[in-house]
Design a protein around this ligand. Structure first.
Ligand SMILES: C[S@@+](CC[C@H](N)C(=O)[O-])C[C@H]1O[C@@H](n2cnc3c(N)ncnc32)[C@H](O)[C@@H]1O
Length: 188
């Protein structure tokens, strides 16, 4: 199964009507729209993206799907996630945070997620996450920055102490450079 589909399965399982969710890497908005459907009309999705062109496509997709009212898009790095949340959703908790790392397929490969900002956003997500919620991270070790990022994110996840349940899904009969899925769950 495509790794992003597997990520969606995990995430769908913890979302409900009225939930809050975060898409840390909006791109063209396919994952954002998926989250918006899962949280229903009473829910809200926050979406972060650093490329204006990608964000306009995502906005258009959201409007076409009549889901724009459930989504707040931010043309900002996910490194600012904690501050943004504090400002716009104080006292509330997200049920799911989705990271689909790397660069936009068919886009500029230089505009890729970087381990420093990714780790900052992961730390913020851990601090905010609701009990029973999860963080899903699709990792792409097949390119240079993606390999560095994968190594750093997995080291971060392995070191998580406390109640966190950490799972890595990796295809065994494919290249070790194939995409992987990391899931960090916060038990109830
Ligand atoms: C694999 S793509 C995401 C695909 C997307 N979720 C979709 O459904 O189309 C990764 C995206 O992360 C974005 N990105 C890179 N650095 C970022 C950052 N610091 N904060 C937010 N987004 C970032 C890239 O511009 C790119 O669009």
């Amino acid at each position: 199964m495509e790794i992003i589909k597997l990520a969606h399965r995990w995430v769908r399982d913890v979302l409900f009507d009225g939930a809050l969710a975060i898409d840390a890497t909006v791109g063209n908005g396919h994952d954002t729209l998926f989250l918006a459907r899962c949280v229903g009309p009473a829910g809200t999705v926050l979406g972060f993206e650093v490329q204006e062109a990608a964000l306009s496509i995502a906005r258009r997709h959201a409007e076409e799907a009549c889901l724009g009212g459930r989504i707040r898009f931010y043309l900002e790095s996910h490194a600012g996630l904690a501050d943004r949340w504090q400002q716009d959703f104080p006292g509330q908790t997200p049920q799911a945070v989705l990271f689909n790392l790397g660069y936009l397929p068919g886009g500029d490969k230089q505009v890729t997620t970087r381990l420093e900002s990714t780790l900052t956003a992961l730390e913020a997500s851990i601090a905010l996450l609701a009990p029973g919620g999860l963080i899903s991270v699709v990792l792409y070790p097949g390119h240079e920055e993606g390999a560095r990022e994968t190594e750093a994110v997995l080291a971060w996840a392995k070191a998580l102490a406390g109640p966190w349940e950490v799972t890595l899904c990796q295809p065994l009969n494919r290249s070790p450079r194939a995409p992987r899925l990391l899931v960090v769950e916060r038990p109830r």
